[in-house]
Write a protein that binds this ligand. Structure first.
Ligand code: XIL
Length: 460
């Protein structure tokens, strides 16, 4: 009598098949924690600024909203020229787009910025305002803009860049017309407009000790003493490898925190003179790690924001001639392994969070196994600078013996396997992949190799 298989038997057979297939294909390493997950584990956030033009770049937004970042800052769209381009005519579409993106991707918004010397509309800079007129313009702007985003944003950079390098007040529209009192006026207006937003003063070159940092310290101390609403101090941290690392950053953050305010790293990037080389990138990775460690070590440091995450949209090349390569992701949206891992490690991660440790390569290894032999399929991705010519090495634990390989020159010595590129796949630009393979015989067990090196450097 012909046997007929019922649904249960078919399901059982399917289950066996799935199990066998799963066993035959060795998956690549599991995904590690994101930067924001690592920061969250320490009670902090890790964020990236963004800007409206790049929100139409799908590959870019997939990473921005893909979990690496728990906060964002609009790079331009909440500034005065964007939000009040004509007097008392407010424009929120661009800023709203950033807030909407953040909402849709579970990110906080650090709103930026209400009072600054830059990116002011013409009507404002060309008016010859009296102090009472300018005060009311300032209060009206803040009431409207901070009022529009009330309840939607985590914090406001209420005042941006009030100081000169020597610690004197910057000579700008605000200070020249209103004196330093404009800062308290702005903070009070912001508190009235959005009582729950954390109110910050933000500046650069205040990260370490020095005259500018001392001036900020004295200002915050005096604002606190006067009962002016101030919740935090932002340290932009636009660093450059050629200028050295700010001295005493952790102690500096701590002394501000001890005044009873939060502190945050708000615009971190580490630029260099182009072209990049391995020494500059190593210094850059150390700077990223040092900033991250300083924040992690200070309880009231609430988080870190990088000034966009990819060199594709960095402000650096357009602002500092001949400089660039400032961010942890390159222009092709690939992580820079050493920089990413330096941050991840400083956030308490294992350092193999997808950046690859000191690695400059990623290997995906899988097999099709028929019991006495198998095909090894390897996809090799170059995550470092472009290479011209490569050798990949790994070892088997068992008695796997090479019979034939392709897409490269394969050899084996004992347990050690070595593959050198073929003529056509020797050049791998950053982010480029090539797939190679070989057949092996074996008896006993066929355990997948766990470590690969490319030109002597360990891969993921
Ligand atoms: C920059 C933006 O990133 C650029 O797109 C814009 O052209 C100029 O401003 N400090 C700040 C930021 O507080 O607002 C600046 O952002 C970078 C320096």
């Amino acid at each position: 009598m012909p046997s007929r298989r019922g649904p249960v038997a078919v399901l059982a057979l399917l289950a066996v098949l799935v199990t066998v297939l799963a066993a035959l294909t060795t998956p690549a390493a599991a995904a590690a924690s994101t930067l924001n997950q690592l920061a969250r584990a320490q009670g902090k956030y890790f964020g990236s600024a963004t800007d409206n033009p790049e929100l139409s770049d799908g590959a870019y937004t997939a990473i921005l909203g893909g979990g690496e970042f728990g906060s964002t800052t609009p790079g331009n769209s909440m500034k005065w020229d964007a939000t009040e381009p004509q007097q008392n005519q407010f424009s929120y579409a661009q800023g709203d787009a950033v807030v909407d993106f953040a909402d849709a991707h579970d990110m906080m918004v650090r709103a930026h910025t209400l009072v600054w010397h830059n990116q002011l509309p013409n009507w404002l800079t060309s008016g010859n305002w009296s102090a009472p007129q300018l005060t009311s313009i300032l209060q009206n702007h803040i009431a409207n803009v901070a009022g529009h985003y009330k309840g939607e944003v985590y914090s406001w950079d209420v005042v941006n860049e009030p100081f000169n390098e020597d610690g004197t007040y910057r000579s700008d529209l605000w200070y020249n017309t209103l004196g330093s009192g404009y800062i308290a006026t702005a903070l009070r207006a912001a508190r009235a407009a959005d009582p729950n937003a954390k109110l910050y003063i933000n500046d650069y070159n205040t990260e370490g000790s020095g005259a500018k940092s001392d001036a900020m310290y004295d200002l915050v101390k005096s604002l606190k003493a006067q009962g002016v609403p101030i919740d935090g101090v932002g340290f932009q941290a636009h660093l450059a490898v050629q200028y050295g690392f700010p001295s005493g950053m952790q102690a500096n953050l701590q002394r501000f925190a001890d005044l009873g305010v939060d502190v945050a790293i708000t615009e971190l990037d580490v630029r260099m003179e182009l072209p990049a080389d391995s020494a500059k990138v190593a210094t850059q990775a150390t700077y990223y790690a040092n900033v991250t460690k300083a924040c992690m070590a200070v309880a009231r440091c609430v988080g870190i924001t990088i000034w966009d995450y990819t060199d594709k949209y960095s402000w650096v090349p357009g602002t500092f001639s001949g400089q660039g390569s400032a961010l942890p992701w390159d222009e092709n949206l690939n992580k820079k392994p050493s920089v990413y891992d330096a941050i991840a490690t400083a956030l308490g991660g294992s350092g193999d969070g997808g950046g690859g440790g000191t690695a400059n390569c990623e290997v995906a290894y899988s097999t099709n196994d028929w019991g006495s032999g198998f095909t090894a399929n390897i996809t090799l991705t170059n995550q470092g600078p472009a290479i011209s010519g490569w050798t990949l090495k790994y070892s088997y634990a068992g008695d796997q013996r090479l019979s034939q390989g392709w897409s490269g020159t394969w050899s084996q010595s004992g347990k050690d396997v070595s593959v050198t590129n073929a003529g056509w796949n020797g050049t791998l630009t950053t982010g480029a992949s090539t797939s190679i393979g070989a057949n092996f015989t074996y008896s006993g067990s066929n355990t997948a190799p766990t470590a690969f090196t490319l030109n002597g450097t360990t891969c993921d």
